[in-house]
Design a protein around this ligand. Structure first.
Ligand code: SF4
Length: 323
């Protein structure tokens, strides 16, 4: 498999300042030494609790945020070292779908103008090319051309998300970050949008980072899954391996939180307590304050993300010990 992105040692530490004088109080450690490869034409699911750093990672990969340090290699270049003007080509190739379709579409613009905007931004003025592409894309998202003359408020949440997706793919990107794209929608609509994203991925040869806090959604759409906790990847594997042979206690706890009809009354890890503050993360293994298997060494030593079998990496002493 060919890598589309190589993310190396990515850190995002937001300074926290105090009062009027702006004295530095500390940092919010949103991303810590994230290493991640994203392969061409895969859907990589990124899962974790709210506040675990998933959206920050998505935004840093697209350079919508400037990370504190690290590299994001795309087509043999570190896009983090590029200036704004040099990013124009990259912006066409890598797009974001937002969580909230109610906020992401300009309410004063007709759908046609919303879909035309990316062409204007990129200096494409040929009316025929623009019109043909808009009509094609509207058909691709299973809507009728008559919607082009209407405003966003005339549509349901699911329809708005279809339009937001159309805008994201209209310039034929290679890569999409879909940041919780169904979590603001009714459950009955979620499956339609997920199926649309799967179809578009196949049809347009897209690569996607699909961010969600919901493992059942992630399971449905992803080829591989990365689990995040307090700004770190704690486990990453192919979907079936992660669901059937997960090794990190946090992954286990997340899976136990997914409702299933089962007779299994065996011991289960239930996630207790809140996510610790990313401003003051625990020393050692960041999960040790909530881990039922915690050992003394977990409290002072930080486990590395290590490969325990082919394409399966885990950040846990216990999983690495029983190899
Ligand atoms: Fe639990 Fe220790 Fe593994 Fe961390 S390293 S997940 S505390 S067993």
């Amino acid at each position: 498999m060919k890598k589309l992105f190589e993310i190396k040692n990515l850190n995002m530490h937001y300074p926290v300042v105090d009062g009027l004088l702006g004295n530095l109080k500390g940092y919010v450690y949103a991303l810590n030494n994230v290493d991640l490869d994203i392969y061409e034409n895969e859907i990589l699911g990124l899962v974790g609790e709210s506040g675990s750093g998933k959206s920050t990672l998505g935004n840093c990969i697209l350079k919508l945020l400037n990370p504190t340090s690290g590299e994001v290699i795309f087509e043999n270049e570190n896009i983090l070292s590029k200036k704004k003007k040099e990013l124009k080509d990259f912006r066409k190739k890598a797009q974001l779908i937002f969580q909230n379709p109610y906020m992401s579409l300009n309410p004063r613009m007709k759908i046609y103008d919303i879909l035309k905007e990316p062409f204007i931004i990129n200096g494409i003025k040929d009316k025929k090319i623009i019109e043909d592409k808009i009509k094609k894309i509207i058909n691709l998202i299973c809507m009728q051309e008559e919607v082009l003359n209407r405003y966003p408020h005339e549509f349901s949440g699911g329809q708005r998300q279809r339009i937001a997706i159309a805008r994201a793919i209209i310039l034929n990107p290679q890569f999409i970050v879909a940041d919780e794209p169904v979590s603001a929608l009714d459950v009955s609509i979620q499956a339609q949008i997920i199926n649309l994203l799967i179809d578009l991925k196949e049809h347009l040869n897209l690569t996607m980072l699909f961010i969600s806090h919901d493992l059942s959604v992630i399971k449905f759409i992803s080829d591989r899954i990365a689990v995040m906790y307090l700004g770190e990847i704690v486990e990453i594997a192919d979907k079936n391996e992660l669901f059937n042979n997960h090794k990190h206690p946090y992954t286990e706890a997340l899976l136990n939180a997914v409702p299933v009809i089962s007779e299994d009354k065996g011991k289960k890890i239930i996630l207790s307590g809140d996510l610790p503050s990313p401003q003051n993360p625990p020393k050692g293994c960041k999960f040790h304050t909530r881990c039922p298997y915690v050992m003394d060494k977990c409290k002072c030593n930080q486990p590395e993300l290590k490969e325990i079998s082919e394409n399966h990496k885990v950040r846990c002493f216990l999983a690495q010990e029983i190899l």
